[in-house]
Ligand binder design. Sequence first.
Ligand code: PDD
Length: 279
Amino acid sequence: MKVLFNGRLIERSECAVDIEDRGYQFGDGVYEVIRIYNGILFTLDEHIARLYKSAAEIGIDLSFSEAELKSQLKELVDINQMREGGLYLQVTRGKAPRKHQYGAGLTPQVTAYTFPIQKPEKEQQNGVSAITADDMRWLRCDIKSLNLLYNVMIKQKAHEASSFEAILIRDGLVTEGTSSNVYVVKQNAIYTHPATTLILNGITRMKVLQLCEENGLNYVEKAVTKDELLNADEVFITSTTAEASIDGQTIGSGAPGPLTKNVQTALQNSILSETAKTV
Ligand code: PDD
């Protein structure tokens, strides 16, 4: 398996990250997870645009163009002959003697690798369970930062409770999942938290809202209360790896409801049409 390391495709075993890489020591960096369908990086432009935005937000200047990076990632997918899977891409601020302040002149370190993914078909068909937890993360959840400590702690709690996801609640309102966006269906309308600094504006979220628009499904970007979540007709989540699934705490019938299924179908069709080989 090859990996991308600062512009070069090398064997994974040859990839050596410095012990004083600031990503390693401080979580000082940003990342993306991109889905590969039929050998094609799905919504690649959107993911790369978000990576550059996240990097700019924390003051990392990338010296290479979006086009250059995209072509390196496509090369990586091709060389690894990855048909169905995912790609993890990370940019750290660089390596330097360990100090909190970073000064100037660091060279961002870019790594990427591909990995297989099992399509979450069973979960999409049957639904999954979720727990709720206080959202105690920082207030810049819009940045796709490497700092995922609270997300990790709470996801582990969900896992230990045999749940698929934890839905986070801040000041009584549903924000998002530990690694997904959350949607609540009530009386034929889909509610999801607005894209503020309190959530990550998921690429799948943007795609789903666009598909709602195109398919005449009613959606409102408004945060709902925990009570409204628990009394919803349907609840579903989306992310690059989970696509669209879920129902938590026996919501509705406990199985994916009609609007969830509509969104799933619309997303599947969009994935199929956008990743159909043109050659
Ligand atoms: N997580 N919110 C959070 C906190 C996330 O970590 C993610 C994705 C999302 C959904 O974003 P998208 O649709 O762009 O994947 C929302 C990725 C998959 C991860 O960390 O593995």
